[in-house]
Design a protein. Structure first.
Lengths: 119, 108
């Protein structure tokens, strides 16, 4: 139901845009979120966006560098990442929230896309 | 920010045994906004429990969530081979919504 894409190898300071294609539910009715997992580490919430796209939320670690957005006509969530550092290397997962406003109960999740920041 | 500390870091048990995983919060978790997720390598994380004790759709009743305030527990009553994975607790009562560092449940 959720399929991420757009990951890859990028140099420090570079940019990348992740996508998450959703299916099987009314996309605009649900907030969406990005969560990442660095190698050998646990889960870290990154960003969230309301169903309408009006309200955005960011972890301090990415604020000012990452931008979350969505195209409800395409049932797709995005994460534009810039100013990337090695600390951003991770598998990035998108997940569906419980309701249209950011709630924090994530189900289901996608399989993830790997972002590697290295020279 | 609420910090969640999970213990033990690794739990080694055999199929058929009972698993008890702990999640302790640095301050009281608002209402019942505590969830548990299961994560297997190469797979999508899966919601097991929300609202402290409510099983998500399709989750077997051997998964039991309990607790309140700052102390929460996930119990797996009788381990099946497919239960060996990493488990994360998450609080969603106070932003930023945080995860614990995980407990790895491995086959003994």
């Amino acid at each position: 139901q959720l399929l991420e894409s757009g990951g890859g190898l990028v140099q420090p300071g570079g940019s990348l845009r992740l996508s998450c294609a959703a299916s099987g539910f009314t996309f605009t009715n649900f907030a969406m979120t990005w969560v990442r997992q660095a190698p050998g580490k646990g889960l870290e919430w990154v960003s969230a966006l309301s169903g309408s796209g009006s309200n955005t939320y960011y972890a301090d670690s990415v604020k000012g560098r990452f931008t979350i957005s969505r195209d409800n006509s395409k049932n797709t969530l995005y994460l534009q990442m810039s100013g990337l550092t090695a600390e951003d290397t991770a598998i990035y997962y998108c997940a569906k929230d419980f309701r249209s406003t950011y709630y924090g109960r994530f189900d289901p999740w996608g399989q993830g896309t790997l972002v590697t920041v290295s020279s | 920010e609420i910090v969640l500390t999970q213990s033990p870091g690794t739990l080694s048990l055999s199929p058929g045994e009972r698993a008890t995983l702990s999640c302790r919060a640095s301050q009281s978790v608002s209402s019942t906004y505590l969830a548990w997720y299961q994560h297997k390598p190469g797979q999508a994380p899966r919601l097991l429990i929300s609202g402290v004790s409510s099983r998500a759709t399709g989750i077997p009743d051997r998964f039991i969530g309990s607790g309140s305030g700052t102390d929460f527990t996930l119990t797996i009553s009788r381990l099946e081979p497919e239960d060996f994975a990493v488990y994360y607790c998450q609080q969603y009562g106070d932003s930023p919504y945080s995860f614990g560092q995980g407990t790895k449940l491995e086959i003994k």
